[in-house]
Design a binder for this molecule. Structure first.
Ligand code: FAD
Length: 418
């Protein structure tokens, strides 16, 4: 049963809410209550990372870490200087959860199962004396002379001295923050794949090219930043394009894409960072050194997918049985264009990748990011995805939940000490 008067009320039993409550309670803050609207706390942790939970990323320098946040990058410099990926790894180790690094830098629990992250957080909360209430949704909140008066969806009333909003991307948290005077940056989706008009790459579904250079071109009349670029691995799917580089591209361009109704051109350099003149020189060399070989059987470089090469030959209307020596200049130029500047029309937003988040939320200008306390409403703290902060895939979204939760918990403890 939730008492009608508590000291600290944390609304939202996800990653950021648990971190806040545990850190505060471990530091000696008494009477910490964690409200979770559903019957299952930490449900996103459980489904995250395809059921494995990508807890954070092996990016140890806070200055590099901030580069993975399309929104909030600058603001996170201070918070990450105090609690970054290395601190999260150590914190989880102290709480019985060992993380292991994969080749691409992502960190997962050694069990390879998100269940152990959920178990570690729940156990830490229990041991620290946090009281968890499930099926307890905070629906309404007002300021009071002693702090806040809240009302749950069940109708129960609760008073608290300190309130932490940790409600993630759920609209209810945004409404509560707005009711307490906070400006909200409108939510838009981030981290999605792209659908291409006419599905020109359908026959290549399953092909991965790494690295490619991507350039998204948007209408300069409608957006402030009409060009977005990313490099890395690209995955061709049945629906269009996905993979780390593409998801990173859509994350950084999320607002601009939304502003144009997801209308854009995407230019792909399948040769990665190599320029058109470098590829032209390479093809010239092949014309001479592989003169008698057929184009279809001799790709310009070994990492170029066979299926993609056949596709590019067909797009340039070049017979794959043609010998390299027989390649005419005009055909060679068409191939250089196909290899380094294939342009596709974006038809809209495709499905989300494995991880998805909301860009937008509580305006960072209204939050003191050293304590996560509101500048407009003393006694209120805001943490996690509810803030206008989001990262690209790779563990960065949880990292800012651990960081903001840790800072909020520390601030609650510091306040108690004074
Ligand atoms: C499919 C998927 C996979 C993902 N995988 C990864 C990954 O591997 N790595 C990574 O870094 N990020 C991942 N993310 C993103 C990550 O899950 C989120 O960034 C993170 O969960 C946000 O944590 P949070 O605590 O702010 O919010 P949430 O995890 O959303 O938690 C908020 C909680 O508050 C509750 N709540 C909402 N309103 C109220 C209310 N009024 N009263 C009480 N409770 C309320 C909700 O029920 C919820 O349990 C993934 C996201 C998805 C959707």
């Amino acid at each position: 049963m939730l008492p009608d008067r508590v000291s600290v009320l944390v609304a939202g039993g996800g990653a950021s809410g648990f971190m806040t409550a545990i850190v505060a309670a471990e530091a000696g803050v008494a009477d910490v209550h964690l409200l979770e609207a559903t019957n299952e706390p930490l449900s996103k942790v459980r489904i995250s990372g395809g059921g494995r939970c990508n807890v954070t990323h092996a990016c140890w320098d806070p200055r590099s870490l901030v580069g993975h946040y399309p929104r909030g990058s600058k603001a996170l410099r201070g918070p990450f200087a105090r609690f970054a990926s290395g601190d999260a790894v150590a914190w989880f180790a102290d709480h019985g959860l060992q993380l292991v690094e994969e080749d691409d830098g992502r960190l997962f629990p050694i069990s390879n199962s998100s269940a152990s992250v959920v178990a570690a957080l729940r156990q830490a909360a229990r041991r620290a004396g946090v009281t968890l209430h499930t099926a307890a949704a905070l629906q309404q909140v007002d300021r009071s002379p002693e702090g806040f008066n809240g009302r749950l969806r069940s109708g129960a009333a609760v008073q608290c001295r300190r309130l932490v909003l940790a409600t993630g991307g759920h609209p209810s948290g945004r409404q509560l923050a707005a009711a307490l005077g906070h400006g909200l940056v409108p939510p838009v989706p981030s981290l999605f794949s792209l659908a291409l008009a006419g599905q020109p790459l359908l026959e290549l579904a399953g092909v991965v090219m790494d690295p490619v250079d991507l350039e998204l071109r948007l209408d300069p009349e409608r957006v402030a930043q009409p060009r977005h670029r990313q490099s890395g691995a690209l995955l061709i799917t049945h629906r269009g394009l996905s993979g780390p580089a593409l998801l990173r591209l859509t994350a950084f361009a999320a607002r601009d894409l939304r502003a144009t109704g997801y209308s854009a051109d995407l230019r792909v350099n399948w040769a990665g960072s190599r320029s058109a003149s470098q590829i032209e020189a390479l093809l010239e060399q092949l014309r001479q050194q592989q003169a008698r070989r057929q184009l279809g059987s001799w790709r310009p470089w070994p990492e170029l997918s066979r299926r993609l090469w056949s596709h590019l030959l067909a797009t340039a209307a070049i017979d794959p049985q043609l010998r390299w020596a027989e390649l005419r200049r005009v055909q060679q130029q068409a191939l250089v264009r196909g290899l380094t500047a294939s342009t596709y029309r974006v038809a809209g937003r495709g499905p989300f990748g494995e991880e998805f988040v909301t860009a937008g939320g509580v305006d960072l200008g209204t939050i003191n990011l050293a304590t996560m306390e509101s500048r407009l409403c003393p006694g209120l703290q805001v943490v996690g995805e509810l803030l206008d902060i989001d990262g690209v895939t790779g563990g960065f979204n949880f990292q800012h939940c651990w960081t903001s939760g840790w800072l909020a918990g520390q601030a609650l403890a510091a306040e108690r000490a004074t």
